[in-house]
Design a protein around this ligand. Structure first.
Ligand code: SF4
Ligand code: SF4
Ligand code: SF4
Length: 237
């Protein structure tokens, strides 16, 4: 038995042709309702994590590419990939959707048991993460699950904006340093940042505002000149 809240993401993820038949107004209303139910159940956990408590939760922290690859190495030889439920529910077309991955669990009512998702190797998983990173998706995760989140459809990100838990939930372990002597003002960081921390000012110059930065780290590997580096935050492990 299940309820509509639990069933809805699976419908959007795995029956996209049927979900495509819904009107945009219906999808918007469903997403609004779903975000409210989601926040009613997990807001307190997100606030606790932002306050430094060790609470089980999803998307607890942003990961660098290297940290993401290290997490993949803990998943085993067969990795499960499923469509991102946040992007599927929002019918995202701008970014890759088939990007959520984790350890392949088998047993009653698992994705594998229900024949949902696909199995890939660790090398394929790392390549998928790299391509997602290049397309502006932010790696996050914990334990046995890794997400590639965007800034529009991602429920944890939407919730974190409402709760104002920047840097605490999802926890950021790095701050961004930009070397103006190396930067060539190409604007790639401004195009890739989901939080508008890099942006073009009125004079057309690319500027960085640390107060808007969520420390997701994706701008660093995507800067073609290596002008952006990461510095470990001192107050977080
Ligand atoms: S947390 Fe991120 S990757 Fe995971 S389902 Fe939501 S948007 Fe997708
Ligand atoms: S991507 Fe790098 S080189 Fe381009 S504007 Fe940003 S910091 Fe400068
Ligand atoms: S500026 Fe901050 S929020 Fe934007 S991509 Fe870089 S680390 Fe992420």
């Amino acid at each position: 038995m299940t309820n509509f809240y639990d069933r809805y993401p699976f419908f959007a993820q795995f029956e996209p042709e049927a979900y495509a038949g819904y009107s945009q107004e219906m999808v918007d209303r469903l997403n609004q309702w779903d975000l409210k139910v989601y926040m009613d159940s997990v807001s307190q956990a997100a606030l606790d994590i932002a306050a430094g408590k060790d609470v089980p939760m999803h998307q607890t922290q942003y990961l660098t590419l290297e940290e993401s690859y290290a997490m993949v190495d803990t998943f085993g030889e067969e990795i499960l990939v499923v469509p991102c439920n946040c992007k599927a529910m929002g019918r995202c077309t701008e970014k890759p959707v088939d990007v959520c991955m984790g350890r392949l669990e088998e047993g009653p009512n698992t994705f594998a048991d229900r024949k949902l998702g696909r199995r890939i190797s660790p090398a394929e998983a790392k390549e998928l993460i790299l391509q997602a990173n290049k397309k502006g998706l932010m790696q996050s995760g914990e334990n046995q699950w890794l997400c590639n989140c965007d800034g529009v459809y991602c429920y944890p990100t939407k919730m974190a904006r409402i709760l104002k838990t920047r840097l605490g939930y999802p926890a950021s372990h790095y701050e961004i340093l930009r070397d103006p002597a190396v930067c060539v003002q190409c604007g790639k960081c401004a195009r890739i940042c989901n939080h508008k921390a890099f942006y073009q000012d009125g004079q057309g110059k690319i500027v960085y505002d640390a107060e808007k930065c969520w420390g997701c780290t994706i701008c660093a590997p995507n800067c073609p000149k290596g002008a952006i580096t990461l510095k470990k935050r001192e107050h977080l492990s």
